[in-house]
Each structure stands twice: as structure tokens, then as C-alpha cells.
Ligand binder design. Structure first.
Ligand code: ATP
Length: 305
């Protein structure tokens, strides 16, 4: 069943078209990742689903409600972590937890959550005095404290250290196991691959691909690259004719073949039938990073670039 149903969503800021006709259906209990270059319209889409912005056109249904017009029906079932948390700087971590606990009918134990997110020692620290990573972890705790039916998480773990990132991933996994449906905006391919059931690739306000992480990788121009040094000369044309081969390159006596899974079987079979040994054989699977590059034409953003 679709708990979130977005149809023909369009949103402009002045003359800038941020979202240009997005359709998106999210099943109850799934984790849907949204990937895409900066400025693609990901946050705007999530803010519309959260009911924080009124779309210029299209419809959004969240558990059967219009999130903008029926905020009161949607707020108790939704947890939201946005890039700007919007918390008052004077609130302490403890006060923020108490406040958010009071919003929900069956909240989690806030103290257990802050333990898990290494914030227990900052309970009496004001929000404005927390580090960026601590503020982000608090925002995640507040998004999940209400055991929401739906969690919208924008750039979940960008900027967090590896340990915190794993803690946060565990929490999201657990929330899903408890029945929460998650929409997750991310620039991190590892996060997308590890956590998400499906990924929507957004580019210039439109969804350009929607598939499982493995499905997206399989759409990559060359899911598999195979390199070897044949024990005797092999014609390029023979290799090009093998099933699944999409590219053949030579580096001296070394051959590099691109293709799908079939290309590996076909090549090894052909070599064996002709009694040719594939020396120093190396087969590399393409990754979500490669697929992202193929599909958007842009390299993956990492913490370093
Ligand atoms: P990022 O990965 O950088 O967070 P995004 O995919 O989330 O980007 P959005 O924040 O939705 O993209 O922005 C989409 C477009 O709308 C961008 O061109 C952005 O400059 C523009 N935009 C976003 N918010 C506003 C605003 N409040 N006023 C004017 N333009 C805006």
C-alpha cells in the first residue's frame, strides 16, 4: 500500500523551477532514498511532503491526507529531520527531548536515544552550543522519538563521523523494523546502498531513474569490467562479438572488457574452448558511484570534494 503518493508535483521559486513534475509512490514500511546533484529539487520535494511548502501544482497524499492543508492530521504521524533543524538555540537537549516527547502518543525513551547517539553527556547543553554533528544527531533523535509512521530525513549522516554514521544507520534500520516508512535524501552512495530499498534519482526537478540500488547499478553502462592477459593473441573483433560485451580496450598485451554478467561467462567460456589462459584475471563490479556518474553525468559528492 502507498503511504505516500505524490503526483505531478511542481514547485517554483519566482522564475526558478525547483520541482518540475515529480510522481512518487512510497510503500508503507519501505526506505526510499532520494539522490541527485545539488539544486536538483530534493529538499523542496521533501519539504512539500512534510507539508512545509504548498506546491504550485500536483497533489500529495500522506496516509490519505494533504500534508499542507491537513497539517494537524499529519504532524502526529511524521518525524522530520531537515538540513536546518529550526530549533531554538536556547533549548537544552533535555528540553528539546521533553518537548518532542509531548507531541507524540507513544514516544520512545528519549534518554535511551541520546545514549545511542552519544549525546547523553550534553543533556544540559543548549542547542546553540552543540557542535554541528551533535546538532544533527539531536535532529535525528527528535525525528525518530515519536515512533513515527513516516520519517523524512534530509541528508541523514552528511558530516557525521564514521562511528556516529553507523549508529544513525542502526537507528533508521530499527525504525523501519518497527514499521516506519522512511524517505531519505542522501549524497552518500554507501548510505543509499546499505539502507534503501529503492532509490529515486532526481535531476533538474524530475525523477530520472527509480529502482533498487542493485537495479540502478545494473543500468550502469558497464556493470562489470574484466581485465586479463591472454596466453596468446586474441582478435578484438572476436571479443566484440561475444554476448554482453560493450567495450574492448587494450593496454599493451592486457585486455579490458566492459559488459554485463553474461560477458564474463561468455569470455571465459570462449577462452577455455580455444585453450587460451586468462592471465592475471581481474573482474570488478561497478558500484552505485559508477551508476550515479553514468546516469547524472556528475561525479559523486564525497566528504572530501
Ligand atoms: P542540495 O543537494 O544542494 O541540498 P536540493 O536537490 O535539495 O539541493 P533544493 O534545495 O530543493 O535542491 O533546491 C532546488 C532549486 O531551488 C535550487 O536551484 C535552489 O537554488 C532553489 N531554491 C531552493 N530553495 C529556495 C528558496 N527558498 N528561494 C529561492 N530558490 C530556492
Amino acid at each position: 500500500m502507498n503511504i505516500i503518493d505524490v503526483r505531478g508535483l511542481r514547485m517554483t521559486y519566482g522564475t526558478k523551477v525547483a520541482v518540475d513534475g515529480i510522481d512518487l509512490q512510497v510503500d508503507e514500511g519501505e526506505i526510499l532514498g532520494i539522490l541527485g546533484p545539488n539544486g536538483a529539487g530534493k529538499t523542496t520535494t521533501v519539504e512539500c511532503i512534510a507539508g512545509l511548502r504548498r506546491p504550485d501544482a500536483g497533489s500529495i497524499s500522506v496516509a490519505g491526507h494533504d500534508p499542507y492543508l491537513e497539517r494537524a492530521a499529519v504532524t502526529p504521524i511524521m518525524g522530520v529531520q531537515l538540513q536546518q533543524a529550526g530549533l531554538q538555540g536556547k533549548l537544552t537537549v533535555r528540553e528539546a527531548l521533553e518537548l518532542y516527547t509531548s507531541f507524540y502518543a507513544h514516544p520512545r525513551d528519549g534518554l535511551e536515544l541520546v545514549e545511542r547517539l552519544a549525546l547523553a553527556e550534553s543533556l544540559d547543553v543548549r542547542y546553540a552550543k552543540l557542535s554541528g554533528g551533535q546538532q544533527q544527531r539531536l535532529a535525528i533523535a527528535l525525528a525518530l522519538i515519536g515512533r513515527p509512521r513516516i520519517a523524512l530525513l534530509d541528508e541523514l549522516s552528511t558530516g557525521l563521523d564514521p562511528r556516529s554514521r553507523r549508529d544513525v544507520w542502526d537507528l533508521v534500520d530499527e525504525a523501519r523494523a518497527g514499521g516506519t516508512t522512511v524517505i531519505l535524501v542522501t549524497h552518500l552512495m554507501e548510505e543509499a546502498h546499505k539502507l534503501c530499498d529503492r532509490l529515486a534519482l532526481v535531476d533538474r526537478g524530475r525523477i530520472t531513474a527509480l529502482d533498487t540500488p542493485d537495479g540502478l547499478v545494473a543500468r550502469s553502462a558497464a556493470p562489470t569490467i574484466m581485465a586479463f592477459t591472454p596466453s596468446r593473441t586474441v582478435d578484438n573483433s572476436v571479443l566484440w562479438d561475444l554476448p554482453g560485451v560493450t567495450d574492448v580496450r587494450r593496454h599493451g598485451d592486457r585486455i579490458e572488457l566492459s559488459g554485463d554478467d553474461d560477458s564474463v561467462h561468455a569470455t571465459l567460456g570462449w577462452l577455455a574452448r580455444h585453450d587460451i589462459r586468462a592471465g592475471r584475471l581481474r573482474v570488478t563490479e561497478s558500484t552505485l558511484d559508477d551508476a550515479y556518474l553514468d546516469l547524472t553525468g556528475e561525479p559523486v559528492l564525497t566528504e572530501e570534494n
